[in-house]
Design a protein around this ligand. Structure first.
Ligand code: IVH
Length: 697
């Protein structure tokens, strides 16, 4: 399988241009979605957890520096993954979202977290804030719904709002209570981690191997694979276990603190991790982290860090959440496991946007029971920075998954036979020139859709869930149809009808599957404009920008009239930049895309095959929805961060400067010049009480 680009930028976000940041954020969004799908959807990750965390951390730091570039398809806006299109399980909408956790890697990160929490709550450090530290179990989170004490529904996390219905499977797990005592509230959702211990994992893999079946890479994949069985009785044989650690919907509170909540869970018959501990301050938290770390190897199950949660539920409530994770908790991850191996060679993989990614092929080495043989090297700069050569002995690390990262070269082990890797200036797949633009870390193949790798990756994106959503058209079909010359561009997909007879004669196809595939393609001919634009895979145009463009132009005809090879592209560019939230760099990419004669031709050809639906315009029913708010001066009733978070949750945008775009200025104590400026501009000015009345708080 072709890996996508795995490029983790190293430029300092505080001095980067918005252009570069937007580009990098676009790449990061696509990469993270790709790896989420492999990890959650297919239980088959291609990169290590550590690499994944680095991608997410880089995404956050760029978003921190450029808040206005946060994309709607950003990892910070999502939890986990979308449910695979052809899931064999029904869907369950979670009554309360299932969140993920933000990560910390160093003691400093944890100190910052505690300070942040105290600041948010306007606590000055003299008021004690207690935390609970719990091991972070390496399994998959599950929500169990009990009605009148009876277990009625079990669901995976899915994308956080909607998961898979695994009730039948969960019912087979003997270690879970199916009936709670009379003291449990009528509606009670408990959440926790389903896991497989190491002993059962090794036994399962032995049995799988002897039966010639797939072995699992780690305990988490084994747990996920065992739970998601079509035949639920198999789940029952896999000895899955569950640690309870949080709640979903609950009809009446059962505790004021997390610690008391955990005690209740135990009373109800759930397993709660015995290493959980209450801590009074940051030193306690860190001491617990190191203590659990020392116990890690001897534990019967895998853990990959320690989770800290603020104890008081009222504080949790006030802290709320940032898009995907609660503000009141953080995961302190353990460092990755490291081993030595050798780089046998370096290959180049080509992604959808033509980015060339170097991948080290390693002498296979076992890390924590998993054999690894590939590591991503990210880009040319990374190879130079780490001084990596073919033949080098290297230290690699993994944190529980398949493809590790090269940490450093063992320079002392060199014998002179090592070879420098010359980054290619031509695409290894199509031989077109591969160039590196100024300010970019990646080399890109200039072959466009003539490059089969780009075509392949581009088509994968084109048919993906948020684009044309052609579930039946998998990676293997795409590769095969490209190789047969049946598909040379997206429009060809809609002409596959002509190949029905030949397709039915191919190995692995039958008349029925061909019929189904062609029916799925045919259904997808009717598509919303925003999905269509997103499907085109224009650089930097994720779902959010696609929607902006769709709303702005209203129809594909209007878009293609405004931007095409014969249009005044300067004027088109200018008009694009005028659209709120579209910057110069995005406008560059959009004009370059539609302004290219070849591309334009491919698109008009494609449009002829389709019915493209006009966008639906959003309803604006919240008072603050879409409004721009500025806070100034000191707020008394809550911290600035808390006030900002509330406003954003009501659909407002919060800015630091007063301008003609400002709708409300909220003035606290000791406000400075902003109030005058707002008055001059005729902007509505509210005091703190007025604002809280406005938002109904
Ligand atoms: S708390 C809002 N506690 O880690 C609360 N999560 O990386 C969110 N996990 O999705 C979860 N052990 O699957 C929590 N003691 C623990 C955990 C834990 C493992 C998992 C869980 C979560 C993921 C986030």
């Amino acid at each position: 399988m072709t890996n996508p680009t795995l490029v983790i930028g190293t430029d300092d976000p505080t001095i980067m241009s918005a252009n570069d940041a937007a580009l990098e954020l676009a790449t990061l969004a696509a990469e993270i979605i790709y790896h989420d799908e492999l990890y959650h959807g297919q239980d088959a990750p291609e990169i290590s957890d550590m690499d994944y965390d680095l991608l997410v951390a880089r995404n956050s730091s760029l978003e921190g520096a450029f808040p206005y570039l946060v994309r709607t398809d950003s990892a910070s806006k999502r939890v986990g993954t979308v449910i695979p299109a052809q899931s064999m399980f029904g869907k369950v909408r979670h009554a309360r979202a299932m969140l993920s956790l933000s990560n910390g890697f160093s003691d400093e990160d944890i100190k910052d977290f505690v300070t942040r929490v105290q600041k948010f709550l306007s606590l000055d450090g003299t008021i004690p804030t207690q935390f609970i530290a719990e091991p972070k179990i390496d399994g998959l989170s599950i929500s169990l719904r009990y009605i009148d004490g009876k277990l009625l529904e079990a669901a995976t996390r899915g994308d956080g709002s909607e998961g898979e219905d695994v009730t039948a499977n969960v019912m087979q797990i003997s270690s879970l209570p199916k009936q709670l005592g009379a003291q449990s509230p009528p509606i009670f959702e408990v959440r926790g981690e389903m896991y497989m211990d190491r002993h059962n994992f090794l036994a399962l893999n032995d049995a799988q191997a002897s039966a010639g079946k797939k072995v699992f890479a780690n305990t988490r994949n084994a747990a996920a694979g065992s739970l998601r069985q079509k035949d639920a009785s198999i789940t029952g044989q896999r000895n899955l276990q569950f640690f309870a650690y949080s709640m979903g919907e609950i009809s009446a509170p059962i505790a004021d603190t997390h610690w008391a909540f955990l005690a209740k869970l135990q009373e109800y018959g759930f397993s709660v991790n015995p290493l959980s501990q209450r801590c009074d301050n940051v030193d306690d938290l860190l001491a617990t982290y190191y203590k659990i770390g020392r116990q890690r190897a001897a534990l019967p199950y895998d853990i990959d860090g320690v989770v800290y949660k603020i104890d008081r539920h009222d504080y949790q409530q006030r802290l709320g959440q940032v898009a995907r994770a609660p503000r009141w908790a953080i995961a302190h991850k353990f460092p990755a496991e490291q081993v030595e191996t050798e780089i046998i060679t370096i290959d180049i993989q080509v992604g959808r946007t033509g980015a060339l990614t170097p991948v080290a092929r390693l002498a296979p080495v076992s890390v924590g029971g998993v054999t690894v043989s590939n590591a991503t090297l990210h880009n040319e700069d990374e190879i130079t920075r780490k001084d990596i050569k073919i033949g080098d002995r290297v230290v690699i690390q993994r944190a529980g998954d398949v493809i590790p990262q090269v940490v450093r070269v063992l320079v002392g082990a060199r014998n002179g036979a090592e070879q420098r890797f010359n980054f290619p200036d031509h695409c290894p797949v199509c031989n077109a020139a591969a160039t590196r633009h100024e300010g970019e870390a990646v080399h890109r193949c200039s072959g466009g859709l003539n490059c089969s790798a780009q075509l392949n990756e581009g088509l994968k994106h084109f048919v993906s869930r948020d684009a044309f959503d052609i579930g039946g058209l998998g990676t293997r079909h795409i590769q095969q149809f490209i190789a047969l010359g049946w598909v040379r561009n997206p429009a060809d997909i809609f002409r596959l009808n002509d190949k029905a007879a030949e397709m039915a004669a191919l190995d692995g196809y039958g008349a029925l599957s061909v019929k189904k595939l062609l029916a799925a393609i045919s259904t997808s001919r009717e598509i919303k404009l925003e999905r269509f634009i997103y499907a085109l895979g224009i650089r930097q145009v994720g779902q959010a920008t696609a929607r902006l463009l769709a709303l702005h132009y209203g129809s594909i005809e209007a878009l293609l009239t405004a931007v095409n090879p014969d249009a005044d592209l300067n004027a088109a560019h200018h008009a694009l930049v005028e659209i709120d939230q579209i910057g110069v760099a995005m406008a560059d990419d959009v004009t370059a895309f539609f302004g290219n004669a070849n591309t334009y031709h491919l698109i008009t050809d494609l449009v002829n095959e389709l019915t493209i639906l006009r966008p639906e315009y959003p309803k604006k029913n919240s008072l603050l929805y879409g409004k721009m708010i500025v806070f100034t001066g000191t707020l008394v009733q809550m911290s600035r961060a808390e006030a900002k978070a509330r406003a954003e949750s009501l659909g407002a945008r919060v800015s630091g400067t007063v301008s003609v775009k400002t709708d409300f200025l909220v003035v606290g104590a000791d406000a400075g010049a902003k109030a005058q400026k707002a008055a001059d501009l005729g902007i509505r000015v509210l005091d703190e009480n007025g604002y809280f009345t406005l938002i109904g708080s």
